[in-house]
Write a protein that binds this ligand. Structure first.
Ligand SMILES: [Zn+2]
Length: 68
């Protein structure tokens, strides 16, 4: 049997799909740029969370949304 270096496949931390853990995969251990961006975005939003002075469930006047 030839021992050809088979590219190792790891699980993408973002989507859980197979990701090539090889030098030609610049997004490793993620499967794609998209998954890498999502992960980094998640960390960034977690780290740099800014308190929003206006709650999203109230309108400009500060009234809660009307129930339908
Ligand atoms: Zn992925």
């Amino acid at each position: 049997m030839n021992e050809t270096p088979t590219p190792r496949t790891v699980r993408c931390p973002t989507c859980g799909g197979p990701a090539r853990y090889a030098p030609d995969n610049r997004w490793r251990p993620f499967c794609s740029e998209r998954c890498r961006q999502i992960d980094l975005g998640g960390w960034a939003s977690e780290r740099f969370r800014v308190p929003d002075p206006t709650p999203p469930d109230a309108d400009a006047a500060g009234n809660p949304p009307a129930l339908h």
